[in-house]
Ligand binder design. Structure first.
Ligand code: NAP
Ligand code: MG
Length: 398
């Protein structure tokens, strides 16, 4: 390796898996160059969360990061970890520094059939992670009256529209988005499509929302002009359709494309897609910034319940697939950027060794009831990794 990978360690069961993955699947095979940031909750508290900001800055500098799942503190965690403050979600912090979009893709294998029969290839959801209902203002109206939407510009633009003349109690909501954020979203989506050679579907409800959703569509059309020739060269397609039409088409499709969604649509649809493909433990996630920086991780959390079993000395059978694929994704990207074909090949071999293992029926407990056509035997967290290592060694000997 020439350029270091930004490595962000995390919490609980995934932290245990993280070390095992490094010890068994990475360090024996790769001369790893990494800049290590410990985003474990204790370290975040100790550094007043500066470590998270530093890790994000390093990702900006080097371009590729791999992240372990981390605890987002709530009240219960405040006392459990004796925290000085309820630190914000590290993913939120990193996302806002990189201004990125999150892409979630299921890891698929022949013996786990998607709930939707026509799906043959994974569907990647790109969720716009800024604004709309997630940054709204709401009012509970208690009596008759007029609700208005008012904008007062710094340079004199003034607009006022009536939302509704209430005859009695009701509810009200105001929300926003910015051209800047939508533009970044569009760049990230088209870049990722070119990178992974997949079509892009984008959907909103601009027939109803003629200014708000229409702005999303306009910006996507404008930004697409910059990528059009690359799409044509690669034989890729970008198309826009209404969200309800998109839902119908997604269900009838074979998969194998990126579905770009507004914030709320992405929230809902990513849960539908991941569940329909099988398991949250088999879902990868990558944050892509509009200027082409990448942060790879698993879509799931720190698997707290398994961690407490582990602490009690009980055996766990936690699925490390998504975390391993975060590593392979990051190593492959690093290899591509540095022209390091050995590293790219290693990433491919590592993923193939994972597939060999699952296809042999060696799985973690969460997958047992999902397998068809292969007799699954469940193993513990460590034995699963050791089985992958054995397959990896076999492949690398060839
Ligand atoms: P979670 O860690 O994803 O786990 C929820 C449940 O899903 C687990 O209890 C387990 O079910 C199953 N599961 C998830 N990943 C699995 C795996 N790799 N192998 C086997 N089973 C798996 O979500 P959570 O319990 O809601 O959150 C725990 C902590 O993670 C929270 O502190 C949260 O803040 C954090 N979190 C972090 C991220 C991130 O860093 N990206 C994302 C989400 C949540 P069973 O118990 O039935 O076996
Ligand atoms: Mg959700």
């Amino acid at each position: 390796m020439t350029t270091p990978l930004v490595e962000m360690d995390g919490d609980e069961m995934t932290r245990i898996l993280w070390k095992m993955i490094k010890d068994e699947l990475i360090l024996p095979f790769v001369d790893l160059k990494a800049e290590y940031y410990d985003l474990g909750l204790e370290k975040r508290d100790e550094t007043e969360d500066r470590i998270t900001v530093e890790a994000a800055e390093a990702t900006k500098k080097y371009g590729v990061a791999v992240k372990c799942a981390t605890i987002t503190p709530n009240t219960a965690r405040m006392s459990e970890y004796n925290l000085h403050q309820m630190w914000k979600s590290p993913n939120g912090t990193i996302r806002s520094i990189l201004d990125g979009t999150v892409f979630r893709t299921p890891i698929t294998i022949p013996s786990i059939k998607p709930a939707v029969k026509s799906w043959k290839k994974p569907i990647t959801i790109a969720r716009h992670a800024y604004g709309d209902v997630y940054k709204n203002s709401e009012i509970r109206v208690g009596e008759a009256g007029v609700a208005k939407l008012v904008f007062e510009g710094e340079n004199g633009q003034r607009e006022e529209v009536v939302i509704h003349e209430f005859k009695g109690p009701g509810v009200l909501q105001g929300m926003h988005n910015t051209d800047k954020s939508i533009t970044s979203f569009a760049h990230s989506v088209f870049k990722f499509a070119i990178d992974t050679k997949q079509d892009v579907w984008f959907s909103t409800k601009d027939t109803i929302s003629k200014k708000y959703d229409a702005r999303f569509r306009e910006i996507f059309d404008e930004v697409f002009e910059e990528y059009k020739s690359d799409f044509e060269r690669l034989g890729l397609e970008y198309f826009y359709t209404l969200i309800d039409d998109a839902v119908a088409r997604v269900i009838r499709s074979e998969g194998g494309f990126i579905w770009a969604c507004k914030n709320y649509d992405g929230d809902v649809m990513s849960d539908m897609v991941s569940t329909a493909f099988g398991s949250l433990a088999m879902m990868t996630s990558v944050l892509v910034s509009p200027d082409g920086k990448y942060e790879y991780e698993a879509a799931h959390g720190t698997v707290t319940r398994h961690y407490y079993k582990h602490l009690k000395g009980e055996e766990t059978s936690t699925n490390s697939m998504a975390t391993i694929f975060a590593w392979s994704g990051a190593l492959r990207k690093r290899g591509e950027l540095d022209g390091n074909t050995d590293l790219v090949n290693f990433a491919d071999q590592l993923e193939d060794a994972c597939f060999d293992t699952l296809n042999q029926g060696t799985v973690t407990k969460d997958l047992v009831n999902l397998m068809e056509g292969v007799e699954p035997h469940a193993v513990n967290s460590r034995d699963f990794l050791l089985a992958i290592r054995a397959n990896l060694e076999k492949r690398l000997e060839k």
